[in-house]
Design a protein around this ligand. Structure first.
Ligand code: GDP
Length: 459
């Protein structure tokens, strides 16, 4: 913090970072590299592993980034990376009440360029107005990049021939062109000096680590520039968060993995959680976080804590969570009127409710946000929806689909979900068609082809 800054640093929350991008473009590897660098640079224990997230404090970031990040220039405490890349909770990066992620990294493989999930991610970023950076990844795989056996693992851009650099630059400018087609103006950030407001494209290798310091630098600059006001939180206030995942956990029943972006959750709090049918009111049974050395076999991978403050990832064990939905809000009731909190959660859920028709297809998706995105896409394709729910394809979905009179509507479209075994058997018996995919527009196109085939057969 600078001398002139009077803000209380404890009231500034850690910015939450989501990593998005097409499958195999290197989201997991990049997260691992950042985490790995943080562990090497800091003493063990400096970074903290949360449920679904990793916190990297400012001093570690500045060590990784070398001269690029001066801790005195920043008053944000660090960065909290959400660990589940590709998780479609990200389809709503922002909810009414707050943010699931404040900033994002869009990972693009320099050799593979823009792919369906890249475009889908850009669409999400656009709609949620989330500031982001492009990590142009795998620069070490550019054809000709020194590959001979005795080549040092940390071969750099500078050590390459002009031809190889030219090839890489071509790929990078293609990415900038693609971003421009999507309405973003972008600049390349090779060796970060200063960072302007446009989308920064930072060449990196998640394998060798080249460019990672620059990426972190640009990210800190982005957070500092855009996020300061929204980063001010009431740490001691009642916790506000979003459900990342709903999971069965041995000994604890159904639990919710939650990202807490404001306030505190305590082990004796009453919570309101967004559910399939209505808000769930429940009491925390235990707050669970990963044991520091989870690989050592212990009774449980978790330890219980008495309270946790934003920004954190925490697993909450509580009764009656079976109907909780990924992407739904979580609110602590402490010091507040229960009815007010229920009304807030209801309002937030209504905001992302899907319009259904008397007849149509059944839609399932992994989170509320992705359900909403599916509904938008089907709306554009003029496909009516009879039922839309978060969760895997279950037998009761098959029952609903099987009652449709039009064979084109005896269909279940599942986005980023699994089909339960008994649902599959049931579908075969009842002649219900189940389509699943991890890219929305492929799912919709697949369905449209199916409809065309039926129509041709009918002629
Ligand atoms: P995700 O699906 O986006 O999470 O992608 P992963 O992180 O799982 O990476 C997909 C594959 O690309 C894996 O085999 C990685 O080892 C590889 N990979 C990721 N980043 C790099 C990189 O910078 N260079 C090279 N050579 N391979 C990479």
């Amino acid at each position: 913090m600078s001398d002139t800054d009077t803000r209380d640093p404890t009231s500034l929350r850690t910015p939450i970072v989501a990593v998005l991008g097409h499958v195999d473009h290197g989201k997991t590897s990049l997260l691992d590299k950042i985490r790995g660098s943080a562990v090497i640079e800091g003493e063990a224990g400096a970074i903290t592993q949360h449920i679904g997230a990793t916190a990297v404090p400012l001093d570690i970031i500045s060590t990784i980034a070398g001269d690029l990040v001066d801790p005195d220039d920043f008053d944000l405490p660090g960065l909290l990376f959400i660990d589940t890349p590709g998780h479609h909770s990200f389809t709503t990066l922002r909810s009414r009440g707050g943010a699931l992620a404040d900033i994002a990294i869009l990972v693009v493989d320099v050799n593979d360029g823009f792919q369906p999930q890249t475009l889908e991610a850009l669409d999400i970023l656009k709609r949620s107005e989330t500031p982001f950076i492009v990590a142009a990844n795998k620069i070490d795989t550019v054809p000709g990049w020194t590959e001979h056996e005795d080549a040092p693992i940390n071969d750099t851009y500078e050590s390459q021939t002009d031809r190889v650099r030219e090839r890489l630059d071509e790929s990078l400018y293609e990415i900038i062109g693609n971003l421009s087609d999507e309405g973003f103006s972008a600049d390349l950030y090779w060796r970060v000096q200063n960072f302007q407001r446009n989308v920064g494209v930072v060449p990196v290798s998640a394998m060798t680590g080249e460019g990672v310091p620059d990426l972190l630098t640009v990210m800190m600059g982005l957070s500092q520039r855009y996020m300061k006001e929204e980063m001010e939180i009431d740490v001691a206030g009642p916790g506000v968060g979003t459900v990342l995942e709903v999971k069965e956990e041995k000994g604890f029943g159904t639990t919710i993995d939650t990202v807490l972006y404001d306030g505190t959750i305590r082990a004796d709090d009453t919570l309101v959680v967004g559910g399939q049918n209505e808000p769930i009111v429940t009491e925390v049974r235990a707050l669970l976080q990963p044991r520091p050395l989870a690989e050592i076999r212990t009774e449980s991978r978790f330890e219980t804590v008495e309270e946790v403050s934003a920004a954190s990832g925490i697993k909450v064990a509580a009764p009656d969570l079976a109907d909780a939905m990924a992407g739904a809000p979580v609110r602590v009731v402490r010091d507040r009127d229960l009815d007010d909190v229920i009304a807030e959660v209801q309002a937030e859920l209504a905001d992302i409710a899907v319009d259904t028709a008397e007849e149509g297809v059944v839609v399932k998706a992994d989170t509320l946000g992705s359900l909403e995105a599916m509904a938008d896409a089907l709306g554009e394709a003029e496909v009516p929806i009879v039922r839309a729910e978060v969760g895997d394809v279950a037998p009761r979905d098959v029952s609903v689909a099987s009652t449709a009179e039009d064979p084109k509507q005896q269909v279940i479209l599942g986005f980023n979900v699994d089909t339960l075994d008994d649902a599959e058997q049931r579908a075969e018996i009842d002649d219900v068609e189940i389509f699943t995919d991890e890219v929305i527009y492929q799912l919709v196109e697949g369905y449209e082809e199916y409809v065309e085939n039926i129509e041709q057969a009918q002629q």
